[in-house]
Design a protein around this ligand. Sequence first.
Ligand code: ZN
Length: 241
Amino acid sequence: MSLVNRIARRSYRAVITGLNFQHTRQCPMCNWSGFQFHPANQGPFFKFDATCPRCKSQERHRLAYVLLAKRLPARLGKVLHFAPEPCMTKWLASLTDDYHTADLLLPTVMHKEDICNMSFADNTFDLVWCSHILEHVADDHKAMREIRRVLKPNGLAVIQVPVWGARTSDEPLNTPEERVLKYFQEDHVRRYGADIENRLRAADLALETLRLGDLDLHVVLRHGLSDLCGSDVFLTSKAVA
Ligand SMILES: [Zn+2]
C-alpha cells in the first residue's frame, strides 16, 4: 500500500471515529453497539432502527428494560413470563430462582395456559410479564382480571400493547388485510388507544404509566427505544377492590 493510500485510510478512519459514526447505537440488553439497529416491517409500518442484530430485541423490549431495570427489586420471587421472548428471558430469569413461562400455543413453554382462564392459584406471582398479548385476546377485561388474580398482593404486572391515538378501536374487522391496515397485524383483534389506562383500572389494577417521553432524547436515540406503535409501559399492581 502506498504512503498516500495509508495516510488517506488513516485520515478517513480518524474522521469516522471522531464523528462516532460507527457506534451511534447501543443495545442496553446485550451491549451490542454499532451504527444502526436493523430495520423491520410491522404491519403497515417500515421501521428504520428496530431490531438488535445480536439479541433480536425490538424497541419495546429495550424500552421496558431501560425503564424497569433499576425499578424492579434486585431479586424477585415467583415470576410468570407470558409468551416469552428470547431476548427478555435471559434478563427476567436472572432476577429470580423461580421463573415460569406460559403460553397457549408456543410448544416450548413450561405451562400451557389461556391468559383468560389460568390454572394458577390466586396470589401466586411476584411479577407477571405480559407484552403485546392483550391485543390478540378477544376478552381483554377477563385477561386483565386473571393477571390481577394470580398476582400476589404486593406483586407487579408489566403490561405493554401497541397504542395508537386516544381511543381504542375494537370493531370486528373481517379480512386480514383490514386488520393489518387498522390493527397493525392480521391476528390483532383491536387497536388500543391511550384509553387503555381506563380498561386497566376497570379491571381493578392500580396503574403507573412509564413513558418514553420521560427519558432523555439521547438515551432514546442511542438505545433505539421509540416505537411507532406506542411507547408506554404500564406497571400495574393489585389495587384494593
Ligand atoms: Zn441486543
